[in-house]
Ligand binder design. Sequence first.
Ligand code: ZN
Length: 286
Amino acid sequence: MRDFSQDYSSLALNTATLGHNLDGQGAGWSPEKVIEGCASRGYGGIVFWRRELGNRAKDLGQRVREAGMQVVGLCRTPFLTGPLAFPSEQEIMDDFNRSIDEAAALGTSVLTIVTGGPEPDSKGILESQKILADRVAKAAPFASERGVNLALEPLNPAMAGNRTILMTAADALNVVDQVGADNVGVAIDVNHVWWDTTLAETLAARANGRILGYHLCDWLADTSDMMLDRGMMGDGVADLKAIRAAVENAGYAGSCEVEIFSANNWWKRDPNEVLDIIVERFKTVC
Ligand code: ZN
């Protein structure tokens, strides 16, 4: 396992940690200020959300690289299935392709997919997974031409009603298999997989070379909100070192992005304090 206690160049900030993906949340730092705050502390990279980019993807990507960091990823495609997706497949695919273009302009090789829930008028999961695989397969060549890899992220089962049809790493890898494209893999997020006692086994057997991202936070024992009460690493019950060992044993050697949605705690703090604490926790408990 990599040792982060001295070298933490693998640390990346997902800007959701500063509340940037929701209106009226966080301290409202501009992307430029976030870049400066991360670079000055020795972070290795940043992950943006589309809503922060406007038409500045190219410039912001360049600014990150000039500051000595990488753009580790872009969040995210539109929902590809389910009740929260655009009403027509055409609209879904158009926005999917736009998100791929934005990732390419930003100069990142990873675009995260949060799938959306089961299709309206369907029951269960498997039928919707087939539709998902079909839509990802249609977009994969377009992404490949632009140097963009697509990362299917399984979400905690609590979000399966309308936000996901992938609840485990095994679910995500099943769809990766169905798609059958070299530039499609999975993203592993502590918030979503910490409870899964079969994770290490699944990744060891099936994920080699197919993990495209690793997302850090912690699961608070008394979590008060399924989406907006994630914990800082070290404050919860997830076995962070064991999860990272499972991810690295499957060949992952990329960045570890800190992604903490926390409306009532971390989003209310000074981002300078949040960025400092992340570095400390990354070096000691991750
Ligand atoms: Zn994530």
